[in-house]
Design a protein around this ligand. Structure first.
Ligand code: NIG
Ligand code: FE
Length: 419
């Protein structure tokens, strides 16, 4: 039966012409269309109609519907989390405490904490328990407006355990209604047993893990942590080339702590997205602009929750948009650098810390985030024929109330495929 949201105060990010732009960039991010006093119909998991209440009254729309009163509420495309590490075995709140006593993220990692701490815990936890944890985290994320989630491996760091992580995501794909995407991040850190022999481990990632992951059809994308003390731009290029052969696009962690050529290597490798970018030099920005001159370059993805939690610079989102580029925003949800899946909070941080307008923030969390998954044809805006992933708010004064009321959850319901 058709579900109708009626008497909505407004719908944001509607695609009136049905032209479905693949992303919004530069000034157009702030000019996404809204409809006031509106209705929205969902049926068979899709958005089937929307318009003003006046159009509903004068038009020829079915009367037999399950009606939900939207008085005072807004509807907008449900949020898309294009970057998470949502499969993990335990929190790292003890590291948080160490940091609050003065240790740095790098010092904790060098002492065997950090990613290696998560890897040891993950190895010890069963696939069933990891799956239960994941399903719980997904429903938590959904309660704050998220409908779609990308999930990376990278706490396995061995063939068996990386496969275990990705199988957990695969099982969740069939058990959760939420659309999920899996990313192979074997090149996340050098495991203990390699005793600092990065090149030998990277060889294993490239020649054993990647082919096995692709063979089992366990990943939609590949990723690499390109950073001092982790992996090099040259390794990024080699991974991207091998993944491309297997039909897997690259999403890369670059410029989180330093600028060392990872961004340029990602551009050359035609990466789908470049994530983090907390440290972005003027030359980096020019190179990114050049990558977008006559074709679609990599989507820049900002992770403001990570900046908040590690107390590192925020990705210069304002500069990126002012340079005419698109920007996506994601949570980076993980136990070490961003232990929150709350994209409503990310929206507030995008406005308050990165100086985005509320509408730019919303576009970054929806349409542009869908583009960072190459799934903008499926979801990311309110368009007839798109999957019905829709966020319905509680009564609010305006759309801006959502990022304005930071730390609060004003989401009433997140529809996933219309339910
Ligand atoms: O995106 N930067 C690398 N990976 C994660 C952090 C991983 C961890 O600390 O467990 C990130 O911030
Ligand atoms: Fe990450």
């Amino acid at each position: 039966m058709r579900t109708r949201l009626e008497n909505l105060a407004g719908i944001a990010l509607v695609d009136l012409e049905g032209t479905s732009p693949p992303y919004l960039a530069g000034p157009s991010m702030d000019q996404a269309t809204c409809l006031n006093h509106a209705f929205l119909d969902m049926e068979g998991g899709q958005i089937v109609a929307f318009g003003t209440m006046e159009e509903l009254r004068s038009g020829d729309y079915p009367q037999q519907v399950r009606s939900i009163d939207g008085t005072g509420r807004w509807a907008f495309p449900a949020l898309v989390d294009s970057h998470t590490h949502m499969v993990f075995a335990k929190e790292r709140s003890e590291e948080f405490e160490m940091r609050m006593r003065g240790a740095s993220y790098a010092e904790i990692a060098a002492a065997g904490g950090g990613i290696l701490n998560s890897a040891a815990a993950l190895e010890a936890r069963s696939e069933e328990a990891l799956l239960d944890d994941l399903l719980l985290r997904l429903s938590q994320a959904r309660s704050t407006g998220t409908a779609v989630v990308e999930i990376k491996s990278g706490y396995g760091l061995s063939l068996e355990t990386e496969l275990k992580m990705l199988r957990v995501v695969q099982k969740a794909k069939s058990l959760s209604r939420m659309p999920l995407f899996a990313t192979f991040l074997g090149a996340h850190a050098v495991p203990k047993r390699f005793d600092g022999q990065r090149e030998a481990y990277f060889d294993e990632v490239l020649h054993q893990m990647l082919p096995a992951v692709a063979h089992e059809g366990l990943a939609d994308f590949v990723d690499i942590f390109c950073e001092d003390q982790y992996f090099t731009p040259e390794e990024l290029s080699r991974l991207a080339a091998a993944a491309q052969e297997l039909g897997l696009p690259l999403k890369a962690h670059v410029n989180q702590f330093t600028t060392s050529g990872g961004l340029q290597a990602s551009i050359a490798a035609q990466a789908l997205s470049v994530d983090h970018l907390e440290v972005l030099s003027d030359q980096d920005l020019l190179d990114l602009q050049a990558a977008w001159t006559d074709r679609q370059g990599p989507i820049p993805v900002a992770l403001p929750g990570c900046s908040l939690f590690l107390n590192i610079p925020y990705t210069p989102g304002r500069k990126i948009i002012d340079a005419g580029l698109p920007l996506a925003i994601a949570s980076d949800f993980n136990p070490g650098s961003a232990p929150s899946s709350n994209l409503m909070l990310a929206w507030s941080l995008a406005c308050h810390q990165m100086k985005l307008t509320p509408m730019e923030g919303l576009v970054g969390l929806t349409l542009n985030a869908a583009a960072a998954l190459n799934a903008q044809k499926r979801f990311g805006s309110i368009a007839v024929g798109k999957e019905a992933h829709v966020c319905l708010t509680k009564p609010v004064q305006s759309l801006a109330s959502l990022p304005y009321r930071f730390g609060e959850n004003l989401v009433e319901h997140t529809f996933v495929f219309g339910l």
